[in-house]
Design a protein around this ligand. Structure first.
Ligand code: MTE
Length: 389
């Protein structure tokens, strides 16, 4: 078949001319041919782009790590590129020695590096009532996963002599204009990191440079960016971002508060909405699974809308509160198919079907939609977003 293929037969320009010199781009960039792969905002989702979200293109990523330039962004009041020399972190509240740290003070302390996912509580929030958006970038792209580096919160609490008998909660406050303040139970303290780096380099300004909180397993809003203050207290603060926003509207009209853990969830990223299969035959079904309660134990995949399931391969590493990549061999016979994935975490929790979730949560919520996603494959090979119930 490749007999007449010019790409093989003719000398290619890159084999017959001198290439670019080293350091032509001192900070590397993706190939020109990949420039379609971008964070994208959903037009009309919010009135101003400074208080909005740009979604990670999950359909174009491999493995589990999100490149820093494609990490989703969610700001309530825009982002700044803060001079680290002018940034401070204050610890106060129930402690013997409240203290203000410079970045230099923090970065000389013992540090750790851990891989974790971050998912906005509003991820998949547009899909509560019905199908709203076409691609996995918009249905699930408020999700990223990085290796974060910073000082464990416990080191700072000890340094300041925090009173952990009376102190049960932490208030995290951001330095931007949004007055972002979140209450975090101190029973989570052991895993929390006050981080300055992601994926081996300093945080990007959009993601909180020079300092952000990493709260593994918990919804993104608690991962306070441009972190300027941590207060230890004996009761939750009930701030605007935990009373007016980030509360779950229940079917009876009541709001559920402080449901911050991201429950087990998964999604097939290829094939997914907006893509087209190029003909019958072999495909690698690939996707991501995660749980805010620990490790992913198993992922089942269905190609017939949930009538039958096969167990997917989990690709290592399988880490706690981190994305897990799964893959499954599939031979498409050209007939209509509906692809679904269902994740189960180490607590035994099973990702619910849309209608199972709606029976408990109704359809008027924004937050914490972890329902099974369905992608319909038409005989033409076109894939689109459908809801099966
Ligand atoms: N922290 C501050 N200071 N200001 C913000 O607007 N947005 C929060 C959280 N931390 C926010 C913040 C929300 S709602 C989410 S989902 C995450 O940051 C998003 O983090 P990212 O922009 O790095 O993806």
């Amino acid at each position: 078949q490749s007999e007449g293929d010019e790409m093989i037969l003719k000398p290619r320009p890159w084999a017959t001319s001198l290439g670019q010199p080293v350091a032509a781009r001192p900070y590397g960039l993706p190939s020109e041919h990949e420039k379609n792969l971008q964070r994208r905002q959903s037009p009309g989702l919010t009135r101003v782009a400074a208080s909005s979200v740009a979604f990670t293109p999950l359909q174009g990523l491999f493995g589990i790590i999100t490149p820093n330039g494609l990490h989703f962004e969610r700001h309530h009041q825009g982002w700044h590129d803060i001079d680290p020399a002018q940034h401070r972190l204050m610890l106060n509240g129930l402690m013997r020695a409240p203290r203000v740290y410079t970045m230099d003070d923090l970065m000389r302390l013992p540090s750790v590096s851990r891989m974790h996912f971050i998912e906005c509580g509003a991820n998949t929030g547009m899909e509560w009532g019905n199908v709203a958006v076409p691609t996995v970038q918009y249905t699930h792209g408020m999700l990223s996963c990085c290796e974060f580096t910073g000082v464990p919160l416990s080191v700072l609490l000890e340094d300041c002599g925090a009173d952990l008998k009376r102190g049960k909660y932490l208030l995290a406050e951001g330095g931007d204009g949004s007055s972002m303040t979140r209450t975090i139970p101190l029973e989570m303290a052991d895993e929390i990191i006050v981080a300055w780096a992601m994926n081996g380099e300093m945080l990007r300004p959009e993601n909180g440079y020079p300092l952000r909180l990493v709260v593994p397993g918990v919804q993104g809003v608690s991962w306070v960016k441009w972190l300027r203050r941590l207060e230890v207290g004996d009761q939750p603060w009930n701030t605007k971002d935990e009373t007016v926003h980030y509360v779950d509207m229940m079917p009876d009209g009541m709001h559920r508060q402080y449901t911050s853990i991201q429950e087990c969830k998964s999604v097939i990223t290829t094939p997914s909405g907006g893509q087209t299969l190029i003909g019958k035959g072999f495909y690698n079904i690939s996707g991501l699974a995660w749980s805010g309660r620990g490790k992913v134990k198993r992922v089942d995949v269905s190609v017939d809308g949930g009538r039958s399931w096969r167990t997917a391969r989990l690709e290592g590493p399988v880490l706690s509160k981190c994305l897990t990549r799964f893959n499954l061999d599939w031979v498409w016979d050209g007939s209509p198919a509906i692809l679904q994935s269902r994740a189960i975490d180490e607590t035994g929790y099973v990702q619910p079907r849309t209608n199972e979730l709606r029976a408990i949560r109704g359809t008027r919520s924004i937050y914490h939609n972890n329902a099974i996603q369905s992608w319909r494959v038409a005989p033409s090979g076109e894939v689109d977003n459908v809801q099966l119930g």
